[in-house]
Write a protein that binds this ligand. Structure first.
Ligand code: UD1
Ligand code: UDP
Length: 365
């Protein structure tokens, strides 16, 4: 059984669902928690995945308590009914942690996809660092995207025989979405100008930090005539309010609804620079050679920093403003940052994970 609930989990689990479903060795069952609704359904449509179970838990402005208790209460019946041999979860959301916890209570083995990412700061990202460390304690199989992630798990005392470096399934997804002939009508609006693509949603950034981030970008848009921005705003109402307040009356930015993943990846490809606090975008951008200024104080993705594509800029208005200016003004610095590299595998992570699970469930020796 594969369980996920939010957009990023879906983007990185649907390629695996489709590989497992095509393999007769498994009876594959998908349960979505519906922690996200529209943003989850967008991804399910693109990958043509039709879940067997949908817990439909999302509420407007849901708290961590809502998500945690609703998933825990509702998933028990599904696990009881299906009696899975293994449950696969992804990354670090509340859906992920709570599902692993339910499996732990019911003695069901857990495979953790995207295991071993760490900042070792429980407040950043919050609550994701706790969630992934918690799942790490429970999981029987750890699918680490990189050697660094594997090393984190080993340093925590996990059995090396349960850890597999597979690359990140984000790259599996990216291989199917980016298209040469892609066109979108907003590209006409951008014209020859330089495009800044923006996303933001982290819980620890809600409120003052997010306003500072947006004000820094607003100053850039007011200053540079050849720069435009597109911001597909997360459906979190708190984020939407802040974005409308800071950008509402600017002609240089389009505030739009979340894009489906095919559109978004092609918008990334078209962009000059990406400003984000997202996790997944930090994995995708190095492959596309797109500079990303990460508006956070920590990252669990040091590979992109080492590759030169990512730069941590925090959430202070002046630092973000000066960092964007630097890459708009200094072509050499920009070129150094925009070299394509791929620390996250060759796009075969799902196939590798399926093989490892097959061996785990039906060992040959
Ligand atoms: C959650 C994850 C975070 C992940 C992010 C991806 C946790 C604790 N956090 O963020 O790790 O990076 O998703 O985006 O699991 N909403 C809708 N429709 C949607 C999605 C969201 O209306 O399709 C609105 C709802 O009002 C909802 C709010 O956004 O209450 C926040 O959603 P939630 O899943 O709670 O977001 P985060 O916890 O911030
Ligand atoms: N994404 C998308 N549409 C958008 C913005 C982002 O499909 O309008 C994709 C993006 O390519 C990445 C994922 O959503 O794969 C990131 O999700 P999010 O930022 O919500 O969560 P995080 O990665 O921070 O957990």
């Amino acid at each position: 059984m594969i369980v996920f609930g939010t957009r990023p989990e879906a983007i990185k689990m649907c390629p695996l669902v489709n590989v497992l479903k095509a393999n007769d060795a498994f009876k594959t069952c998908v349960c979505v928690t519906g922690q996200h609704r529209q943003m989850l359904d967008q991804v399910l449509d693109v990958f043509d995945v039709k879940p067997e179970y949908d817990l439909s838990i999302m509420k407007q402005n849901q708290t961590l308590f809502d998500v945690t208790t609703d998933v825990l209460n509702k998933i028990k019946d599904v696990l009881d009914q299906e009696q899975p041999d293994i449950v696969l979860v992804h990354g670090d959301t509340s859906t992920t942690f709570v599902t692993a916890l339910a499996c732990f209570y019911m003695h069901i083995p857990v495979g953790h996809v995207e295991a071993g990412l760490r900042t070792y700061n429980l407040q950043s990202p919050f609550p994701e660092e706790f969630n992934r460390q918690g799942v790490g304690l429970i999981a029987n199989l750890h699918f680490a995207p990189t050697k660094k992630a594997k090393d984190n798990l080993i340093s925590e005392g996990k059995n090396p025989e349960t850890i597999f470096v597979t690359g990140n399934t984000a790259i599996d997804a990216l291989k199917t979405t980016v298209r040469k002939e892609y066109y979108h009508e907003l590209f006409d609006w951008v014209g020859e100008d330089r495009l800044i693509l923006i996303t933001a949603h982290r819980r620890e950034n809600l409120g003052t930090p997010m306003h500072h981030m947006f004000r820094a970008i607003r100053r850039i848009l007011d200053e540079y005539e050849d720069v435009k921005a597109i911001y597909p705003i997360h459906l979190n109402p708190v984020v939407r309010e802040a974005a409308k307040e800071e950008f509402g009356n600017s002609d240089s930015i389009k505030l739009i609804e979340p894009l489906d993943v095919i559109d978004f990846h092609n918008f990334m490809k078209k962009s000059y620079i990406i400003l984000t606090d997202s996790g997944g975008i930090q994995e995708e951008a190095p492959s596309l050679g797109k500079p990303v200024l990460v508006m956070r104080d920590t990252t669990e993705r040091p590979e992109g920093i080492e590759a030169g594509t990512l730069k941590l800029v925090g959430t202070s208005e002046d630092i973000i403003y000066n960092s964007i200016r630097k890459y708009l003004n200094d072509n050499d610095a920009y070129e150094r940052m925009s070299k394509a590299s791929n620390p996250y595998g060759d796009g075969t992570a799902s196939i590798q994970i399926a093989q490892i699970i097959e061996n785990y469930l039906d060992p040959k020796e």
